[in-house]
Design a protein around this ligand. Structure first.
Ligand code: R7I
Ligand code: MG
Ligand code: MG
Ligand code: MG
Length: 347
């Protein structure tokens, strides 16, 4: 059903943007306080429910890099990591204030220097990412945060998806944990795309499928499989519902991919049902709002949560009033439509 797929593609791209935009003011080390939670509830109620004028809320590096990746896939109609690297660099120099990670900044600076020299592009493009953090590469969540367009582009070709994710991620992240985090986020989005939003989601099947897929990738993925099992246990604990502190402690809420991608998956799954003190009937909003309450790397965890939730529910769950306050919401929707055009014309 092409209409449903169109809605899911849009939902994915809007989820990246909206989670990032709404989450970024709450970045911090700790779970957000009760006062901030009440403020967040009111703020989202206002944004969704009232028409008013105010400056648009800006996105950060998460959306900026996602946009560059989508634009390259659309323009080149294939994966071209040299072109993608070029776009990351150009975009960073145009808008360096978007809040990029320190490791990513040093990779982008080195990539710019390489741009002028003409050496083997394949080797070159991945070189700077291998050199950072004492030659071990970054395990930050910057690979996972920007991967959504690849899930859309290869939504119906799983082998391609895995290959493309690894290729793209290595432009900025060489560490096994950074790459596997991007793979996990990409397959979580892809699984969501393939499910019907009007049928109840089977939470434990969703996690088991992710564990099985992580088990089959060549690179060692034990740490992620172990986290996914924690996600499953935390979700099945209905007697003693774990609070935000416990989730942040057991799953993590920081810039490491290992301590944020499984957390985002948890937020999406948890928001299938009502959550205490979050007043909304909209499961996408609930997922994003809950992700923000966990604190820490709120823009990125909310953005990754938004992408998975948007891929499941589709774009109708995003309030038009809310979108009118998000920088470039129209552009993200347009990119989704163009990716759909390419993804469906290939098959
Ligand atoms: O992964 P990356 O692009 O960062 C993404 C985050 C998101 O929260 C964005 O919203 C933005 O705020 O940044 O950037 P990196 O700099 O590669 O990784 C992020 C951080 O993880 C680094 O700044 C380090 O603090 C830490 N880190 C490491 N520390 C020690 N050793 C990542 N890899 C290592 C490492 O190998
Ligand atoms: Mg950011
Ligand atoms: Mg990085
Ligand atoms: Mg962040």
């Amino acid at each position: 059903d092409l209409e449903l797929l169109k809605s899911k593609f849009r939902g994915t791209m809007l989820g990246v943007l909206v989670g990032d935009v709404l989450g970024s003011p709450y970045e911090g080390k700790k779970v957000i306080s009760c006062r901030k939670k009440i403020y967040l509830q009111r703020r989202l109620d206002t944004l969704e429910g009232t028409k008013f004028r105010e400056p648009v809320m800006e996105f950060t590096d998460d959306s900026a890099m996602t946009r560059s990746l989508a634009e390259s896939l659309i323009e080149k109609r294939d994966l071209d990591i040299v072109d993608i690297a070029k776009r990351f660099v150009e975009n960073y120099y145009q808008e360096p204030y978007r809040g990029y990670g320190t490791g990513s900044i040093s990779v982008l600076k080195k990539l710019r220097k390489l741009k002028n020299k003409k050496i083997e592009p394949e080797i070159d493009v991945k070189g700077p990412a291998k050199a950072i953090f004492d030659g071990r590469g970054s395990y930050g969540n910057g690979g996972a945060m920007k991967i959504a367009p690849v899930s859309l582009y290869s939504y119906n070709n799983y082998d391609n998806l895995l290959h493309y994710v690894k290729e793209v991620t290595q432009i900025t992240h060489a560490h096994e944990l950074g790459i596997n985090g991007a793979i996990l986020q990409a397959i979580a989005i892809q699984q969501s795309l393939c499910l019907h939003p009007s049928e109840e989601l089977n939470v434990s099947n969703f996690i088991d499928d992710l564990i099985n897929k992580m088990d089959k990738i060549e690179v060692e993925s034990q740490p992620y499989k172990e986290r996914l099992k924690r996600v499953k246990n935390l979700l099945s604990d209905t007697r003693d519902e774990p609070n935000e502190q416990r989730i942040a402690k057991e799953l993590g809420n920081n810039v490491r991919a290992l301590e944020s991608v499984p957390t985002a998956i948890f937020c999406f799954l948890k928001a299938q049902k009502r959550i205490k003190r979050i007043r909304t009937n909209n499961p996408v909003r609930r997922a994003i709002q809950y992700a923000i309450t966990l604190g820490g790397d709120t823009d990125t965890i909310a953005s990754m949560t938004g992408a998975i939730a948007g891929a499941f529910y589709g774009h109708e769950k995003f309030s038009r009033l809310l979108l009118s306050h998000c920088e470039q919401a129209d552009r993200f929707e347009e990119l989704a439509d163009e990716l759909l055009g390419i993804a469906t014309s290939k098959s």
